[in-house]
Design a protein around this ligand. Sequence first.
Ligand code: TYM
Length: 333
Amino acid sequence: MENQARKKRIFSGIQPSGDLTLGSYMGAIKNWVALQDEYECLYCIVDMHAITVRQNPADLRRRALEQLAQYLACGLDPQKNVLFIQSHVPQHAELGWILGCYTQFGELSRMTQFKDKSAKHKDNITAGLFTYPVLMAADILLYQADLVPVGADQKQHVELCRDIAQRFNGLYSDTFTLPEPFIPKMGARIMSLGNPESKMSKSDPDGCIYLMDKPEDVMRKFKRAVTDSETSVKFDKENKPGISNLLTIYCTATGKTLEEAEAEFAGQGYGVFKPAVGEAVVELMRPVREEATRLLADKAYLESVYREGAQRAQYLANKTLSKVQRKIGFIAR
Ligand code: TYM
């Protein structure tokens, strides 16, 4: 009943394991902003996920706060949305433990992010890295989220979350809303500027644009972006991955269609196209960078936002958690 009366709900989050990137902006945050009026939204800074690989404590703390400032600067309204820090809501860990007992080892072994990350961090393959998707499922299911706006790389995790929810519902009657991933048609997988065969990621500073990069750094990275030996600005993912990625970035930044962008640069070389993409991104990010810088000077305000967010999140999280605890046979506290 409750589900029918309320607005549909959204949950999503980003790890403060590096500075926010253009990839995360285009794959996720842009949609968070677009959906904030239509849905009841919770957007989280998932610091508990970030520690699945080793973090410097001071950097982690700084980045979590910067990330909140950037969420706000991107246009997320703290009145409309619940903005909070994952570790401030202990129900995530509690539900995570429970759901881990309803998840198979084999399912977690198939997660491609685990395979990639464990290959990258061979000397530190922790249990947390392995069970990470269970915590992510807890994030989503705690709030009965209907929709999870993410980039393409997170689709597999959202699908696992649905499987866990379905299994639990089957055993104990309807408990969790089954979430759907919401993946943008354009911008779901922004590639590295240095290597257009691999995803733009915060751990690759040269191929990655950070939201707080200075305009001159953005321009330099775009001018150096790897392309191909041809000259035509055409979308062809197979044969021209670099140019296709730049076209995707250009269109996502400007709202133009691929056809419009191809027509705009027809007959012009990469020497014109690459800086034009850089400029479009600089203009897109300028207000975000300026507003985030302004907000970061007001720590008291940021603190009030994350404190209130955690309170609102806990209220909702507790409802689900106590239902789950009752169903599986724990004695009420
Ligand atoms: P994370 O922190 O790696 O990335 C945050 C969001 O940005 C998207 N993204 C991209 N989209 C397009 N192109 C790229 N190059 C790119 N890089 C990142 C990601 O798909 C993601 O949407 N497990 C999640 C964090 C998480 C979460 C959750 C998400 C934890 N709990 C619950 C949704 C719901 C992660 O590692 O994202």
